[in-house]
Design a protein around this ligand. Structure first.
Ligand code: THU
Length: 130
């Protein structure tokens, strides 16, 4: 994998928020807690954790929780400065991050921190070409 840019102080703060909200994950089935924190270009911060369900596929990842929360508050593609996550985003969440045009995805991975754009995380992505 190519070199990741270094984290900035705001990235570290956002990742701390993600780590804090991971404590609130509802993950009785996997026991795997994930936290995500999103900062808008106006400086508003949203946080979200994974929420599992007895019907396993219905569980929601932390990234989708936080993006849904922000979108419900009126945040739209282009409004997001960065999203920090305590784990590497899954394929489906990469598609969600792409939808919202997230240019700075900061995530903990293999003992380090990676920074990538949603485009880099999902190259040659699906586009609804009508
Ligand atoms: N999970 C996330 O919250 N985000 C991801 O990008 C990967 C996986 C959650 C889903 C499930 O609750 C748990 O981690 C184990 O897969």
């Amino acid at each position: 994998m190519s070199d990741s840019p270094s984290t900035t102080q705001p990235d570290e703060e956002l990742l701390s928020e993600a780590r804090a909200v991971a404590d609130n994950a509802y993950a009785p089935y996997s026991g795997f807690h994930v936290g995500a924190a999103l900062r808008t270009r106006t400086g508003k911060v949203y946080t979200g954790a994974n929420v599992e369900n007895a019907s396993y596929p219905l569980g929601v990842c932390a990234e989708r929780t936080v993006l849904s929360c922000a979108a419900s508050d009126g945040v739209r593609p282009g409004d997001i400065e960065a999203v920090a996550i305590t784990a590497s985003p899954c394929g489906g969440c990469r598609q969600w991050l792409l939808e919202f045009g997230v240019a700075r995805v900061v995530f903990a991975h293999a003992g380090g921190v990676q920074i990538r754009s949603a485009d880099e995380l999902l190259p040659h992505s699906f586009i609804l070409d009508t």
